[in-house]
Ligand binder design. Sequence first.
Ligand SMILES: [Zn+2]
Length: 447
Amino acid sequence: MPTDPQRVLIVADRAVIDGVARDATAILAIDGAIAAIDTPTALAADPRAAGATLIDWRGRAIIPGTVNAHNHSFQSLLRGIGDDLPFLEWRDRALYRYSPRLGADDLHTAGLFAFGEMLLHGVTTVCDFFYLNSQANDHASAVIESAQRLGMRIVMARCFYDWDGAPAAYRETIPQAVANFEGLHARYHDRDRALVSVQPAPHSQHGATPAMIEAGAGCARDAGVPWHIHLAEEQYQVEQSLARFGTRPYHAVAQLDVDLARAIVVHACWFDEGERAAMAERQSALAYCPGSNMFLGDGITDVVDLRRRGVRVGLGTDGGCSNNRVSVLDEMRACALLQKVARTDGQAIGAEDCFAMGTAAGGEILGLPVGRIAVGYRCDLVALDLSDPSLWPEQALEKNVVYALSSRAITDVVVDGEVVVRDRHLTRVAQDEIHRRVRTVTSSWTR
Ligand SMILES: [Zn+2]
């Protein structure tokens, strides 16, 4: 028996649609997808809206839900534990010390914590680049199920990792990684509503051998999805690539048997002009993490040049202990400010471009119908309180959302047509429960 379609009608005073602010707007969603966008009066008369549940966002502006194209959810538990240390000291004293202790239930806690905080900041899709797999899928499953509990959309970028210098919990053989990826994809990948996607993620040139990178990219080709890889985050990684492979990071990966048009490169801070040109020619995408790059002192990706060459760029927060915020709206601002200062040019990039990177472009690079308020896209929306001073004056709404917005103004969030944040609180999981769980996991940890 087919069930009746779920109809939701959202009505607000303002909306930012494809970068342009408009007045009173109504959006009709049927079974989680946007079916119509019009004035409230016109949609009230539309027979498809008959019997729809009303979500009344008067006094609010609607923006598309933001897309976090790169994160490591478990790292939220490490926030503040290893800050302001040199990378190798942080890795050994915080990351390698605590992360191997985390079991499935702890990683579920980390997911509730990271994703819950993201929802409160207007993130509706997160890509979790996950490498604590312990040669199995119960850890990745626990993370996926934390997003499902919260009602958030997740891309599980399941890592392929075989560098023997890292803790055993990160490592797998190539046959293990391939079999586990295929098992996880078969179990969770959701073609209907795209609430869960499973994509492969060979960690990096240092974390995955060339054969492991090829295996990950091969799984992406077979599954028809993108694949993810960290490249050239820090300058020493370029030197390592030159020493090991005789060429720079992007060129070294391009020499492998991989489909670069499916590749999502993370960071790329130290790509030179030749790598940027090759990236455009081979049609790879970028997950850009300006907040993390600044926090760790990594360097500055030339995003202005990459975009001019036609490279698709989404935004990521990276892990909660390398930023240490989880807001894509913050990344939009960070992107603009960093690119402007890199070129000492206040016109290097505009608010509207940064907004598109954190919404529509993020959805596009992940291969998901999200990040736009458009018919046929999934209904992922954020409500902003127009009485909040950080959005005044209202005629500059598109600019203010990127440059001035306070997270205090984010009141409600809808994912796939369902309200998952109402009046600044998660609707599905009690924040007290998440807080209690985080305390239990981290209580014995020291800085
Ligand atoms: Zn990362």
